[in-house]
Design a protein around this ligand. Structure first.
Ligand SMILES: [Zn+2]
Length: 82
């Protein structure tokens, strides 16, 4: 799969096929990556539906798969102690 780079949205859309969301059958599931506590990248840690009204998501945490968890706004994490 191609590496996602900003500024290449056109090629990205035309050349990459994502699986359809099985919940709403309308949106696409797109992979999101995360960074571990040591700074190592974790590619495709989560998949999220592109349709805002749907919000279906699937993510991996500590080897377990979590499906359709509520999406939390990033602002809620500002108070978290690092
Ligand atoms: Zn969906």
């Amino acid at each position: 799969m191609a590496v996602i780079q900003f500024g290449m949205e056109v090629d990205f859309v035309e050349q990459t096929q994502f699986p359809k969301c099985q919940k709403c059958q309308t949106g696409d599931l797109v992979p999101l990556s995360d960074f571990g506590s040591q700074g190592a990248s974790i590619p495709y840690k989560a998949w999220v539906c592109t349709k805002p009204d749907c919000g279906f998501n699937l993510k991996i945490r500590n080897g377990d798969v979590y499906i359709d968890e509520p999406i939390m706004s990033g602002s809620l994490h500002n108070a978290r102690v690092r």
